[in-house]
Design a protein around this ligand. Structure first.
Ligand SMILES: NC(=O)c1ccc[n+]([C@@H]2O[C@H](COP(=O)([O-])OP(=O)(O)OC[C@H]3O[C@@H](n4cnc5c(N)ncnc54)[C@H](O)[C@@H]3O)[C@@H](O)[C@H]2O)c1
Ligand SMILES: O=C(O)C[C@H](O)C(=O)O
Length: 354
């Protein structure tokens, strides 16, 4: 028996030379006979809010992603159960769970990419801005943790209202002296996913063959689909333009109402978040030509933040593209979007600077 224990200890020391924490499985149970799982080269990704409606399917999909070698699942409730469940999937990523503020630092240390879907969702009748009072504080705390434990990580911020939470995150990072505008991205991918779907329906195409740039922000009129730039090049009647713009801008509300008090988009959001995170990871890996829409620090308009196409690279959003030619309908939409966006950005900034 003693001999067996010594053999296991020797193997363990070889597998985990510097960090005995690695010997804990996803439930936090010490298992002396665990071998290194996976071990494939890849990126370390943390999901903050991993036990939520978005967090759970997002965790499942990230566990399947071959670019992920380590997946940290953090929440203030239920993360041990979600972690145990996800960790049984026979894919490469090693999964570890973290519960509560005391484990935030361990959850974040060494991460390359941090995805944040933590926070409360809307109920029917609410705007995304109605979530500000609760979610602003959550995002602030989590970003303080990132500034301390993984200041070089790329951050994908999902928590609403994105138009304000991204400026909040930027202010937290500025205060901590760690702000790198390229590494902070508000996730607006769901607007693009919806736009591709709805436009494909109208055109009678496969949504996978359609690409609709959606710029501005992520709330109501700030969501501005550029239908004049749809690929493949397509023309729409004015009625179609109005129907599509309205449906894309209100896609979130459509789901909130259909769920009738049980939350907002979670499954399509998890899909969109993984699509975006995968693009960020391919950029970090050095792939060329990775371009997606995101809400980032921007000089495309006079506003300090704006969603547009960005090129993702080894340092995050390495290039922010101009909007390109807009038609009259889009120019009017842009003015409306900027007015609301400006107030939402200022609200986020003031929350930290107050
Ligand atoms: N950007 C987008 O396109 C988009 C799309 C859908 C939803 N959202 C937003 O994402 C957020 C989450 O939505 P959901 O449906 O998953 O909500 P949810 O309530 O189902 O899950 C949120 C999770 O966050 C956790 N949480 C709360 N405070 C936390 C903290 N301090 N640290 C870590 N975790 C914490 C909760 O315990 C819960 O598990 C909402 O703000 C929602 O509006 C954004
Ligand atoms: O609509 C919401 O509140 C959630 C999210 O922003 C969405 O667009 O689905």
């Amino acid at each position: 028996m003693e001999q067996t224990n010594q053999r296991i200890a020797k193997i363990s020391a070889h597998l985990y030379p510097s960090n005995s924490q690695h010997m804990e499985d996803s439930c936090g149970i010490r298992r002396a006979n665990c071998r290194a799982k996976g071990g494939a080269p890849g990126f370390k990704v943390a999901i903050l809010g991993a036990a939520g409606g978005i967090g759970q399917p997002l965790a499942m999909l990230m566990k399947i992603n071959p670019l992920v070698s380590v997946l940290h699942l953090y929440d203030v409730v239920n993360s041990p159960g979600v972690t145990a469940d996800i960790s049984h999937m026979d894919t490469g990523a090693v999964v570890r769970g973290f519960l509560g503020q005391a484990q935030l630092e361990s959850a974040l240390t060494g991460m390359d990419l941090v995805i944040i879907p933590a926070g409360v969702p809307r109920k029917p009748g609410m705007t995304r801005d109605d979530l500000f009072n609760i979610n602003a504080g959550i995002v602030k705390t989590l970003c303080e943790g990132i500034a301390k434990s993984c200041p070089r990580a790329v951050v994908n911020l999902i928590s609403n209202p994105v138009n304000s939470t991204v400026p909040i995150a930027a202010e937290v990072f500025k205060k901590a002296g760690t702000y790198d505008p390229k590494r902070l991205l508000g996730v607006t991918m769901l607007d693009v996913v919806r736009a591709n779907t709805f436009v494909a329906e109208v055109l009678g195409l496969d949504p996978r063959d359609v690409d609709v740039p959606v710029v501005g922000g992520h709330a109501g009129v700030t969501i501005l689909p550029l239908l004049s730039q749809v690929k493949p090049p397509s023309s729409f009647t004015q009625e179609e333009v109005e129907y599509l713009t309205n449906r894309i801008q209100n896609g979130g509300t459509e789901v909130v109402e259909a769920k009738a008090g049980a939350g907002s988009a979670t499954l399509s959001m998890a899909y969109a978040a993984v699509k975006f995170a995968d693009a960020c990871l391919r950029g970090l890996r050095g792939d060329a030509g990775v371009v997606e829409c995101a809400f980032v620090s921007s000089q495309v308009t006079e506003l300090p933040f704006f969603a547009s196409k960005v090129r993702l690279g080894r340092n995050g959003a390495e290039e922010v593209f101009q909007l390109g030619p807009l038609n009259e309908y889009e120019r009017v939409g842009l003015e409306k979007a900027k007015k609301e966006l400006s107030a939402s950005i200022q609200k986020g900034v003031s929350f930290i600077r107050k």
